[in-house]
Design a protein around this ligand. Structure first.
Ligand SMILES: Cc1cc2nc3c(=O)[nH]c(=O)nc-3n(C[C@H](O)[C@H](O)[C@H](O)COP(=O)(O)OP(=O)(O)OC[C@H]3O[C@@H](n4cnc5c(N)ncnc54)[C@H](O)[C@@H]3O)c2cc1C
Length: 426
């Protein structure tokens, strides 16, 4: 690329994406150093999964897992400080939530991002390129918007649509993120059969939203043998400690992946509260109308969807047979995958690729590439199989951000302490 570097704002770090991952990094960096960081996000404002913000949805993690507290509880952007300065502390305490509303966490993020400097919304980064001796260029709207020494990728995830469902028309089969948009135009006949595909938290929240909208023939299909809840026991939570992450780093790549997959029920499952809510709502409606509005269909692997007239016919395999379900609408909630990173072709060529073709991410979250001595690239929320399940969620956000800052500055600005661990991993 041709550059005009003098006209461009220069930063120590540019972050692509201003989700919780990069917000945590910017909050900690700005509080403790004079390093300049800028974040760019394609969203119009601070909105955290707002398309899935159905009425009453709850967090899966404790409010203590905020942007900063795990490494710096005196930071002004703690969740507790948000509650106090916004006058919500006593109302919130007395509401006795087991886990807080997602809308509250979203408000907290908006409050925090309002106090972090240099966040640029409505700025999709289409390309990041690298010029020797100059650094990284972030390009939006066809022109560079910033130059930096280091780069942090925090682009998050996007919903997955299985190949067998991808050719169905969008007004009949759509991702759960689009359910709220489709609800007003979905059949006025609330007895129309609707399938929700996916037995995870997003799936159950879609089922509850449909129930709330009055639908009475909902088929909830999940792949696992039963609709599994999160293992939130003290022992399972040992996996969400820096000590466990450290343990994983000493293992081979293959072993790490196996252990992380085994640990899925500690994070990739339903909160017990939401499952109880569904069971009770289903029971209440059964008392009223004589039958359950939600048929729970676990152990179904939906392999294909075919349009037949106006209906969608879903083909599923179960443990021992094939099955079909004819529905008017299918809501797809089968999980998420990493969002694409907009590296330029030249920069991509300089990146090392792992066996799976993805980025090679070191223990300190730096990406292995030819140029990493002076210019670091860090990748957040893309290392689940090498760094453990916490990398894909909010539980250790500030710890990860602190590790990145320590690595970037080459000194232990943040001490990461994890003592008194009763478990000896083997
Ligand atoms: C509905 C839902 C609820 C969840 N609840 C929990 C929970 O309770 N607890 C938990 O631990 N985890 C939860 N998770 C997991 C989730 O991954 C994390 O909560 C969190 O959002 C990850 O933060 P992130 O910053 O990595 O990614 P994201 O929050 O996805 O943020 C990425 C940002 O990057 C932006 N972006 C992407 N590409 C570009 C680009 N090219 N240019 C500019 N901007 C770009 C996006 O607009 C977005 O704002 C939930 C996930 C979902 C979908």
């Amino acid at each position: 690329m041709t550059s005009n570097k003098t006209d461009l704002p220069y930063f120590s770090v540019v972050g692509i994406g201003a989700g919780p991952a990069n917000l945590s990094l910017a909050a900690l960096l700005q509080a403790r150093t004079d390093q300049r960081i800028a974040l760019f996000d394609k969203a119009a404002d601070s909105s955290w999964h707002s398309s899935l913000l159905h009425p009453g949805v709850r967090m899966q993690t404790s409010w203590m897992k905020d942007l900063v507290s795990l490494v710096d509880p005196t930071h002004k952007l703690s969740f507790l400080n948000y509650l106090v300065t916004e006058g919500r502390l006593f109302a919130m305490i007395n509401s006795q939530f087991d886990v807080i509303p997602r809308r509250e966490y979203m408000r907290y993020l908006a409050w925090a991002s309002g106090q972090i400097e240099n966040i640029h919304y409505s700025t999709p980064i289409e390309e990041v390129s690298f010029v020797e001796g100059e650094g990284f260029y972030a390009i939006s709207g066809g022109a560079p918007v910033a130059r930096s020494q280091h780069l942090v990728i925090g682009v998050g995830t996007r919903p997955t649509v299985p190949a067998g469902l991808s050719s169905l028309p969008d007004d009949r089969a759509f991702i759960a993120d689009h359910l709220a948009l489709h609800l007003p135009t979905m059949s006025s006949d609330k007895t129309a059969p609707v399938a929700v595909i996916g037995g995870g938290q997003t799936g159950i929240e879609a089922v509850l939203r449909l129930l709330g909208a009055g639908f009475s023939n909902i088929k909830w299909l999940g792949r696992r043998q039963w609709f599994q809840t999160i293992d939130d026991s003290p022992a399972a939570n040992e996996i969400y400690r820096p000590a466990h992450q450290q343990y994983l780093q000493d293992l081979t790549r293959g072993t790490r992946r196996r252990l992380v997959e085994d640990a899925n029920p500690t994070g990739d499952a339903l909160t017990p509260g939401v499952l109880r809510t569904l069971y009770q709502a289903n029971y209440d409606r059964m008392l009223e109308f004589g039958e359950y509005p939600v048929a729970m269909l676990p152990g179904r692997d939906v392999t294909e969807g075919v349009l037949d007239g106006k209906d969608v016919v879903l083909h599923c395999s179960t443990a021992e047979r094939l099955e079909q379900h004819r529905v008017a609408y299918a809501v797809i909630a089968v999980g998420r995958q990493s969002a694409p990173v907009p590296f330029s072709a030249e920069l991509r060529e300089r990146l090392d690729a792992g066996e799976d073709g993805d980025l090679v991410i070191e223990e300190d979250y730096s990406v292995r590439w030819k140029g990493m001595d002076d210019h670091r690239i860090y990748a957040l929320n893309r290392a689940r199989f090498s760094h453990g399940i916490p990398d894909a969620n909010l539980t250790l956000l500030p710890v990860r951000a602190a590790m990145v800052i320590n690595s970037m500055l080459g000194s232990e600005l943040f001490q990461i302490r994890d003592e008194l661990c009763p478990v000896q991993w083997g």
